[in-house]
Design a protein around this ligand. Sequence first.
Ligand code: ADP
Ligand code: MG
Length: 231
Amino acid sequence: MSSAIFQQARAEGRTLLNEVESKQVLQQAGIPTTPARLARSRAEAVAAAGAIGYPVVLKVVSPDIVHKSDVGGVVLDLRDAGAVAEAYDRIMAAVTATQPDARVLGVAVQTMARPGIEVIAGMTRDRQFGPVLMFGLGGVLVEVLQDVAFRIVPLDERDADGMLREIKGFPVLQGYRGQAPADLAALRRLLLQLSDFVEQHPEIEELDLNPVLAYSDGATAVDARILLRDA
Ligand code: ADP
Ligand code: MG
């Protein structure tokens, strides 16, 4: 199944899967995400939102845009058809203003996930060690502090648990100031699923789930990006 999406990207001479494609592939592997539908017009966006159910999020889908929110390409928490139509226009205008040459396929319409602790999980390939998984807390502070843990694939249960506990921000996952603790078992499961997934797919060069929302019950990736190896 996932290979059909990989093949289509290859046929189009692409190595980058967009958010909609990346989430489809992850979903097929049993990795929890907020599935997204591609809408190519304002009317399609409104129809997709109605089918998914409110509240929804709209995000620009473009092979030329890596950081969608930096260009005004993400609008959260839309509660009705009017808000979706308006957000669609706002995204198109913002993208045209900031990146006029970007090719835009449309918008990804998806469920607005409930708030959780933002974490990131990803895979990069090391020339020596092969696929390596990364885990950390999300957000600007962590980008600055680079508070992340790495393990070589394949991971076992202890590796997954070690990654969670190794980051300096671990106390955040344990709950603080009245915030509920994160479901560590769900995060371990996610890391082990990712390990299996990348082991089964040597054609994947890089993978980013940024962010994953960690809850007291479960965890779900709300943004995803998969890069294939050069053919
Ligand atoms: P990018 O990283 O390309 O700027 P994201 O898809 O990560 O765009 O969206 C930016 C932020 O919006 C996320 O870090 C997250 O806080 C929030 N977000 C994105 N998608 C959802 C969603 N489906 N539900 C709730 N919040 C979301
Ligand atoms: Mg993101």
